[in-house]
Design a protein around this ligand. Structure first.
Ligand SMILES: Cc1cc2nc3c(=O)[nH]c(=O)nc-3n(C[C@H](O)[C@H](O)[C@H](O)COP(=O)(O)OP(=O)(O)OC[C@H]3O[C@@H](n4cnc5c(N)ncnc54)[C@H](O)[C@@H]3O)c2cc1C
Length: 436
């Protein structure tokens, strides 16, 4: 077993995991003059960045740091101040533009690649890292890290051979537990625990929700672009309907019915509130027409029924909502033999409007780690010095990215957090390994 870096002594900084956090950590450390080696277990770096945002990579957003923390969707985002000051969204955008990757702003503040290729972001970050003099080692699976005297020893499999590598400082950027097919299987949590750090409960977040009702699965693939989704405590079977207080969350975006239940951006964001509540069931209500009052809807429905008096209600309403959704609910709303549109009573219209504005579903769980876009929970912030991203227990050890106890909403928040914490950790680790 080789015990050094090919006989040339320890690296200044070893970064473990070449995802978004690891690449920025490597760039910052190399930029600061540290000999930096970035170890990645997969054949190629940053698979998750490449597939993010549906392959178009929503790499950041245009919010200023204060808005970014406020809109993040996790109170623990307040720990990000120093990281966002070290590398803000404008610094990231400038870095990417230097490599020809332009951002396109969509839906208020989200930054996607203009080219529509997430891989362009990966290629730009790898180029930047190599240009700064960093060394990228893929097929390098670190299995254990140990502090031995003044150095860290990384043991594992490097290009298929068992071995060890040494470094003066180590940055753990191994990501969370979710979407393990991209390489993140939670190795860093084990090392962090062994080295004396707390790790909170870990759960899949930004994830599709399973539901008790079976009609959504019959509509798999049907999307609706603008729904207001509210998540509430589950109703107790047999008990009178609970008086509604404030929902746990309100999310207004696209939804998608699927073979397992419901997904889409509004649901992914709502899933974080469901997972945080730690309950087995919850109630989800959907308003398909958040901009339209019940009175306005009634006028629109009456106009359609007037114009198509002899059609079944679902046919007369075609175009207002997806036909498959209307058909799936027609019997429940209008009875076994739906009347012609001109015979629909006021009472039935009111039932229809209630359904359009407040359709209930019973959430029974999430789709789990395999499909979660992020992991909720991680290394406890109390064990990290947020001004450096360094461990409070082991000098020379740093953490960045999704391994931290942080889970943001959709909108470029998670990637920017990974990039920013990575950059600050890289700069600090270089300062530790090569004091001025
Ligand atoms: C489908 C999907 C879509 C997403 N879309 C968006 C989006 O559009 N915008 C957004 O902001 N966020 C998005 N996210 C979330 C975002 O991608 C992650 O939060 C972010 O990539 C986390 O970065 P990271 O570097 O901390 O971890 P990761 O990207 O998971 O990187 C960790 C790296 O460490 C490597 N590794 C792990 N263990 C070892 C080991 N023992 N030895 C060596 N290497 C190791 C892994 O192979 C991996 O390359 C999405 C996530 C998914 C799954």
């Amino acid at each position: 077993m080789s015990t050094s870096n090919d006989g040339i002594g320890p690296a200044d900084v070893a970064v473990i995991g070449a995802g978004g956090a690891g690449l920025l950590a490597g760039i910052a450390a190399a930029e600061a003059g540290a000999w930096t080696v970035l170890y990645e277990r997969m054949k190629a770096p940053a698979k998750k960045v490449a597939i993010s945002g549906g392959g178009r990579c929503n790499f950041s957003n245009t919010l200023n740091p204060r808005e970014f923390v406020r809109e993040f969707g996790d109170p623990k985002a307040r720990n990000l101040g120093p990281s966002l000051r070290a590398l803000g969204n404008d610094d990231l955008t400038a870095l990417l533009e230097r490599h020809g990757v332009k951002g396109a702003c969509e839906r208020h503040y989200r930054l996607y690649t203009e080219s529509g290729r997430g891989q362009d972001v990966v290629d730009a970050l790898v180029k930047e890292f190599l240009a700064k003099g960093g060394t990228l080692a893929c097929n390098a699976h670190v299995e254990e890290i140990a502090r031995e005297g003044e150095r860290f020893v990384l043991r594992g499999s490097f290009d298929g051979a068992e071995g060890a590598r040494e470094a003066k400082a180590v940055i753990v950027c191994t990501g969370g537990l979710s979407y393990p097919q991209t390489g993140s299987t939670g190795d860093g949590y084990t090392w962090a625990r062994t080295l004396g750090h707390g790790v909170t409960d870990l759960k899949a977040a930004l994830v599709g929700l399973t539901v008790e009702e079976d009609w959504p699965s019959s509509l798999a693939g049907t999307a609706w672009p603008d729904a207001l989704c509210r998540l509430w405590p589950a109703e107790v079977p047999g008990a009178p309907p609970a008086k509604r207080g404030k929902p746990w969350c309100e999310e207004r975006k696209e939804i998608l019915f699927t073979h397992f239940g419901i997904s889409g951006p509004a649901i992914l964001d709502a899933s974080n509130a469901f997972v945080r509540a730690g309950v087995p069931r919850a109630k989800l209500t959907i308003d398909f027409f958040p901009e339209t009052t019940r009175e306005q809807l009634d006028t629109a429905i009456r106009t359609r029924f007037y114009n198509h008096p002899k059609r079944r209600p679902s046919r007369a309403l075609e175009g207002m909502l997806p036909a498959r959704l209307l058909e799936a609910h027609e019997k429940r709303l209008f009875g076994e033999r739906p009347p012609d549109a001109n015979r629909v009573t006021r009472e039935l219209r009111m039932r229809l409007i209630e359904w359009m504005k407040d359709l209930p579903l019973t959430v029974t769980g999430t789709r789990g780690m395999k499909w979660g876009e992020v992991t909720l929970g991680g290394i406890e912030w109390a064990d990290i010095d947020t001004s450096t991203m360094g461990s409070r227990h082991v000098p020379g050890l740093f953490f960045a990215g999704e391994i931290l106890d942080l889970a943001g909403r959709c909108g470029g928040f998670n990637l920017q957090a990974a990039f920013s914490t990575g950059y600050l950790a890289g700069k600090s680790a270089a300062g530790f390994a090569k004091p001025a």
